[in-house]
Ligand binder design. Structure first.
Ligand SMILES: Cc1ncc(COP(=O)(O)O)c(C=O)c1O
Length: 422
């Protein structure tokens, strides 16, 4: 772990701890209440207001001094937090069962901050899964090495090779996503965490795809968790946000790092994310049910060559998924190949959709679809795409919360249209 050069003392991170009033409650209750109304005012507000002020001060300068000089919990300057941030961070820490949560300006900022906090640097090798979000891949492969921080990227589904690499290279940081993009591989997270801890590595899990609805990485021993809050947690495609969470207090230097890097979330975004979080459980239940229905429908469709959804027994990692995800829920992300589909036909299919949105994001209430070869993985050469299993006719879908029959009807009519209008 990187030690703060500024201070060993936590700064105001008391504000970002899990909300212990709700830790023993159910997930639905946590989504609705955690983080709200934890500081007594002369009146209560049902939802935490948006604090636009950059600056906080007090009747007596001693109170300011306590916060700046003695670093007691409170607010001084919005880059290091406001009550709006606190509400969101407490809610996320509660859902993930983390000690501390820092919200960030984007999911990318969260991954960057987590890698710095975990000690990536000249002496701190990053061992990262090849199946991570594209910009994180580039950051680990290019940005950190350019600054002198070495990295190795490899396939985390081959546990024997991973074990050899971990024992040989003794990384400082091990970073991965549990369900991968776009092929929906499922990484055996408990096994990877156990291997990483054998050499004392700090484990960072990006829980964006899986979310605390499917998996809580801290319960498996992960040290840091990151999120693109822009996705399922906020859920409405109207906010760009991220979060880093720590399992233990000794990662409190994360707060100093956030202040020094300056990737603070805006207060409007913090409020929107918290607002979205209220319905997180309801949305996830619906996402998962719809995704399973759509996956089964596509698997039986005559124009579809292959469907990859961890909830289908035909998925190569179904057994791992069934072991690590509780309650038979497998998330909203799936992947499928249209049979004998070239680029022109793929575009005709996307253009023919009337309900499902051909857009590059995921995790929204809307069903979303992309052609990875032309979007998320466009920079890869044909051989690299083929090695991953991506063809012109491969699609990644984030199944939304619409009426399931309507999603299937839309996919069906677009599949037929793209075949007929050649
Ligand atoms: C798994 C994952 N992690 C991180 C990110 C980056 O998040 P953001 O777009 O909020 O910066 C994304 C974005 O799609 C993602 O899918």
């Amino acid at each position: 772990m990187a030690k703060s050069t500024y201070s060993e003392e936590p700064m105001h991170s008391e504000n970002r701890r899990a909300d212990d009033r709700y830790l023993a409650k159910g997930l639905a209750t946590q989504c609705v209440h955690a983080g709200e109304r934890w500081e007594k005012q002369t009146f209560w507000t049902s939802s935490t207001p948006i604090y636009h002020s950059t600056t906080f001060f007090y009747d007596h300068v001693q109170d300011l001094d306590d916060r700046v000089y003695y670093r007691k919990p409170g607010y001084v300057y919005a880059r290091s937090g406001s009550p709006t941030h606190t509400a969101l961070e407490r809610a996320l820490a509660t859902l993930e069962r983390g000690e501390v949560c820092m919200s960030t300006a984007s999911g990318m900022a969260a991954s960057h901050l987590a890698l710095l906090t975990a000690g990536a640097g000249k002496e701190g090798l990053i061992l990262c899964s090849t199946d991570v979000y594209g910009s994180v891949y580039t950051m680990v492969d290019n940005v950190f090495p350019h600054l002198g921080a070495p990295s190795i990227l490899m396939d985390f589904t081959d546990l024997d090779r991973l074990e050899q690499a971990i024992l040989r290279e003794r990384p400082q940081v091990v970073y991965f996503e549990v369900v991968t993009n776009p092929m929906t591989k499922v990484i055996d997270a408990p096994a990877v965490i156990e291997l990483a801890h054998r050499v004392g590595a700090t484990v960072v899990v990006d829980n964006t795809f899986t979310t605390p609805f499917l998996l809580r990485p801290f319960e498996l021993g992960a040290d840091l968790v990151t999120h693109s809050v822009s996705k399922f947690l906020s859920g409405h495609g109207d906010v760009l946000a991220g979060a880093v969470l720590c399992r233990r207090k000794d990662f409190d230097c994360l707060h100093d790092m956030l202040i020094q890097v300056g990737c603070t979330l805006g207060p409007n975004e913090a409020w929107l994310a918290l607002r979205g979080l209220k319905t997180f459980l309801l949305r996830m239940e619906r996402h998962c049910a719809n995704a399973l229905a759509v996956a089964r429908f596509l698997e039986s469709h005559p124009l579809i060559a292959r469907v990859r959804y961890p909830g289908l027994p035909s998925h190569p990692h179904h057994a791992v998924a069934a072991r690590i995800f509780p309650d038979g829920r497998y998330g909203a992300m799936l992947n499928f190949d249209i049979a004998d589909c070239d680029q022109a036909q793929a575009f005709r299919f996307l253009d023919a959709l009337r309900l499902v949105l051909p857009a590059t994001t995921l995790g929204d209430i809307y069903s979303l679809i992309v052609n990875p070869a032309r979007t998320t993985h466009h920079w890869l050469g044909e051989d690299q795409l083929a090695a991953i299993g991506i063809s012109a006719g491969t699609f990644r879908m984030s199944v939304g919360i619409e009426h399931a029959e309507d999603i299937m009807e839309d996919l069906d009519q677009a599949l037929r249209a793209c075949r007929h209008s050649a």
